[in-house]
Design a protein around this ligand. Structure first.
Ligand code: ADP
Length: 353
């Protein structure tokens, strides 16, 4: 926060120096992202502890999950300058063609958190992540590293909030001590448990189990990551209803790289007018608008045009928004801060229907 305040003041004083402007805005951007991570972690733990986090069970292609992770961490290794560490993903052969029923986003969040820690506390050697069959009813996932390890007496303790094995060591690595409690909460939510084996100086293996449930219908193994380029060939008009200037500009930037026509409204009444006057295929509806709330606007739009697809942009900190959005007639929802690839996949799904 100090860096954000300090460097934004410096920005104003150096507006003629392009190099400094670039350098400062990069620092501000990085620190904002760190702050967003902390806020998200605090919100996650609050939601888990108040029992307000729910899982959306859906068909999940394990091979794709691990492929995504491999790509994600390849880029990440470059960023943190740890390309010398060998990172492998290992999936039991029979599971490669298996689709299980779980919450894919939360499963990825668990694995990303554990692999992130593995990279954080490993300076040499190898990291691997994968899954295999456990007993008849369970799958076992693991993340193994050759890092600094964790003494046996701390194995339970590290799953408690705000705890770190060694404050001095952890301070140099960064972090809040909320990652593992969140992971434990998420694993519990998905019906599994988490444990670890670790030897100080040799490394750690974090394990978690998940119930082995398969969807009733067979589901095709389709790729699940998209980028704005995937919307190049999809035609349609999208109305972005968003009162916050920066959020609106962000959506303009992401969607202007697609083949879609864009319209913008910052008030509920303008959104209604735009939806009446134009042939709109899809609305990205902010829920909190200055005049009429997004649920009401959705209900009204659907009374005169049932075919318009509406995606609600729900606030991260407001559990229950999703249910309310679907009740109001929205076809889908996406929570803020908006992940552009997820947004693209949702738009693509709805406009192709
Ligand atoms: P943090 O944000 O501090 O990393 P976590 O809850 O993710 O918080 O982890 C808590 C503590 O557990 C860490 O500070 C570190 O001391 C220890 N820890 C977690 N993962 C590992 C690992 N792979 N190797 C060694 N120590 C770890």
């Amino acid at each position: 926060m100090n860096a954000i305040v300090g460097f934004s003041e410096l920005l104003a004083r150096n507006y003629n120096d392009k190099e400094k402007l670039e350098q400062f805005s990069e620092i501000i951007n990085q620190r904002c992202n760190d702050l967003l991570d902390i806020i998200n972690e605090i919100l996650d733990i609050a939601k888990i502890e108040s029992g307000q986090l729910t899982a959306h069970f859906e068909p999940c292609n394990l091979k794709l999950v691990f492929e995504n992770l491999k790509d994600f961490f390849k880029t990440y290794q470059k960023k943190i300058d740890k390309q010398h560490i060998d990172f492998q993903t290992i999936i039991e052969e029979k599971l490669k063609e298996t689709v299980i029923l779980t919450d894919t986003t939360k499963l990825k969040q668990i694995l990303i958190n554990l692999i992130n820690n593995a990279f954080k506390f490993t300076n040499e050697g190898e990291i691997s992540a994968g899954c295999r069959f456990g007993n008849a009813h369970d799958l076992v996932f693991f993340v193994q590293d050759t890092g600094i390890g964790i003494p046996a007496e701390k194995h339970d303790f590290i799953f408690e909030r705000f705890t770190q094995v060694d404050f001095e060591i952890s301070r140099s690595y960064g972090g809040t001590g909320l990652g593992l409690p969140i992971v434990k909460g998420l694993v519990g939510l998905l019906g599994g448990r988490i444990w670890l084996e670790s030897v100080p100086g040799k490394g750690s293996v974090f394990y978690f189990s998940l119930p082995y449930r398969i969807p009733e219908k067979t589901v095709p193994l389709t790729p699940e990551t998209y980028s704005p380029d995937d919307l190049q060939n999809i035609k349609g008009t999208v109305l972005v209803v968003e009162d916050d200037f920066y959020n609106s500009e962000y959506l303009r930037e992401v969607l202007s790289k697609t083949g879609l026509m864009l319209l913008f409204a910052s008030y509920g009444k303008d959104a209604l007018e735009a939806a009446k006057k134009n042939k709109i295929d899809l609305v990205l509806m902010d829920i909190r608008l200055p005049d009429i709330d997004g649920y009401k606007v959705t209900r009204e739009i659907k009374t005169f045009n049932r075919d318009i697809k509406i995606i609600a942009q729900t606030a991260y900190a407001a559990p229950g928004d999703e249910v309310k959005a679907l009740e109001a007639g929205c076809d889908d929802y996406i929570s803020k801060p908006i992940n552009k690839n997820l947004l693209v996949s949702k738009i693509k799904d709805l406009l192709q229907k």
